[in-house]
Design a protein around this ligand. Structure first.
Ligand code: ZN
Length: 212
């Protein structure tokens, strides 16, 4: 019987003998000259929304940060282990990426957990405080979409998570300054994997619009 881990090893062998061989010149160049991705993606850890697969990216194309619910926390002075902030700092200051894409998605378990949370009852020590950065956005959705069905409210929360992350990105001075000078562009995208459909936040209309 093939276990999930056996499948990984088989996948690696297939990569080594197939995709790696095909892209060997590119990979050798990336090793020699270093990586210079122009795009960093902040995506959810969800196993169904791998940016490299979704965007059919080549090695070196994407600098990827993944966490529960594709969130960017606000800049914080306190604390020590700021995984997402550190990755973004490296992408912007270390690699000089030109685009930051926050990629939200439908059927997000982290968003559902936040929406279903009852005060004082969570069994998640780290996930609950993490997704609580969306609490204000969730309250706004409930206040403005109280009559909508749960599916629509969930989608609104998932898309609002993208907007909260975009807003929080600008709390970092090195993001804000580069956006203002035009060196860096922020993008809010949302994918419904079941369709599939990719939408982008349109700053003018204040809504998500499909690419196709
Ligand atoms: Zn998710």
């Amino acid at each position: 019987m093939t276990t999930a881990v056996d499948k990984l090893v088989q996948g690696y062998c297939s990569y080594r003998d197939g995709a790696y061989e095909k892209s060997r010149p590119l990979i050798e160049d990336l090793v020699e000259r270093g990586q210079h991705p122009e795009v960093a993606v902040i995506a959810c850890s969800d196993s169904r929304v791998d940016p490299a697969i979704l965007f059919q990216a080549d090695p070196g194309d994407l600098f990827v940060v993944r966490n529960v619910a594709n969130l960017v926390p606000p800049m914080e002075e306190e604390g020590t282990y700021h995984g997402t902030s550190a990755a973004l700092e490296f992408a912007v200051l270390g690699l000089g990426v030109k685009h930051l894409v926050v990629l939200g998605h439908a059927h997000c378990g982290g968003i559902k957990l936040m929406m279903d949370a009852q005060p004082g009852t969570s069994s998640f020590k780290y996930v609950s405080p993490w997704v609580s950065m969306l609490a204000a956005a969730h309250r706004r959705v409930l206040a403005t979409m109280g009559q909508a069905d749960e599916k629509e409210r969930t989608r609104a929360c998932e898309q609002n998570a993208v907007l909260v992350s975009l807003e929080n990105l600008t709390t970092f001075s090195w993001v804000r300054e580069r956006v203002e000078s035009g060196e860096l562009q922020l993008h809010g995208w949302y994918v419904d994997i079941a369709v599939p459909q990719l939408s982008a936040y349109d700053w003018e209309s204040g809504s998500f619009k499909p690419f196709n």
